[in-house]
Design a protein around this ligand. Structure first.
Ligand SMILES: [Mg+2]
Length: 110
């Protein structure tokens, strides 16, 4: 199963819109960033590791980050797909990349 960005945005909009705001969601995002940092530190031996599967834990914490990033976009009616493609085009030009996300998608979804 693949997750379509617009479906995730709609799902999170319905979950959060009307009862929380971007400030609350951003604080949750920061909390999750800290959890990712903690797992990375465990994986690198800078912090005592508990539990056994740190790769799985890293994946879970990264998912939590994505959740709150998309939720912030969703409650602000930001189309992340459109914004990401536009932003990547600008970055590709700025850094003289041979390719950009839009052409990559077009060439790889044939
Ligand atoms: Mg978490």
């Amino acid at each position: 199963m693949e997750i379509k960005m617009s479906t995730l945005e709609k799902y999170l909009y319905e979950r959060y819109s009307g009862w929380t705001n971007e400030q609350g969601l951003f604080l949750k995002l920061v909390e999750e960033i800290g959890e990712v940092a903690e797992v990375i530190n465990m994986r690198n031996g800078s912090k005592l590791a508990y539990g056994s599967n740190l790769e799985q834990k890293l994946g879970e914490e990264l998912c939590d980050m994505v959740h709150y990033i998309v939720a912030i976009a969703a409650i602000n009616n930001i189309d992340l797909t459109k914004t990401m493609i536009e932003k990547d085009k600008i970055a590709s030009k700025k850094y003289n990349h041979d390719n950009n996300l839009e052409s990559y998608i077009i060439n790889n979804e044939k």
